[in-house]
Design a protein around this ligand. Sequence first.
Ligand SMILES: O=C(O)c1cc(=O)[nH]c(=O)n1[C@@H]1O[C@H](COP(=O)(O)O)[C@@H](O)[C@H]1O
Length: 284
Amino acid sequence: MSTPTFGTRLASELAAKRHLCVGIDPHAPLLADWGLADDAAGAERMGRDVVAAAAGVAACVKPQIAFFERFGSAGFIALERVLADARAAGVLVIADVKRGDIGSSFAAYADAWLQPGSPLEADAMTVAAYQGFGSLDGALPHVREHGKGLFVLAATSNPEAREVQLAKRADGRSVARAMLDDALAIEGVADDHVNSVGVVLGATLDLAEFGIDPAAPPARPALPVLAPGFGFQGARVEDAGKIFGGLGWALLASESRSVLAGGAEGLAARVRARADAVATALTV
Ligand SMILES: O=C(O)c1cc(=O)[nH]c(=O)n1[C@@H]1O[C@H](COP(=O)(O)O)[C@@H](O)[C@H]1O
């Protein structure tokens, strides 16, 4: 039996109206809030609790590697255990690693995060194509043959990104828009419904400024959109439909701090409430 594509696996989540992505960002103050030490064991505990709360409720989890990397090898071991839990629970994992490099080095990053059997194997990873879109090619065998996914940074939620991502290319398109077009143009990475290569679009942005029109008819197959910026950064999941329009079909609304704050107690209820709010926002 051939491996199902990432797009197919994501499509099952979306069909069940699961659009929430829960970020695993063990910030020091959050670990304190949870009564956990600011160390690898604390990060592991938080990560594993998030996976348990997300299973069957959220579409995916998104561990932010920086919060594990700061503990060195112990942090990587902690993350490996979080990833193992997610695999066992059938929860999709987007490794938020934002990798980009010359092609040969990028391919090694792709092997680290997407190669089946790798200690850090995830289902998808965030990538940066600022060294040229073709520099991402090394990940495509994992997408095409191993059912993995990519999320290419296009228009990110942080305000400092504007000078780079709004910049106009020679053809008049913004850098952000060109990233989206290039993601859609990759061949052989889509099934009938959902592409396995998507983009990152911040929920805090006016996408039209970047030449991205949420009112345009949805791409077919649908382009997955990973959308951070909800919650702590100010966007409201209740507005997800309004912000993303036709791009909301395969939207993953991501929240980290706003769901994590409040400790382990009540986490499952917070995840459920956010998941329901996103589902409602994208149904009406
Ligand atoms: O790729 C990302 O996940 C990402 C892209 C982006 O444009 N903005 C953004 O905030 N993120 C990540 O999403 C998470 C947002 O966290 P909260 O602001 O706490 O919800 C962080 O881990 C960021 O690194």
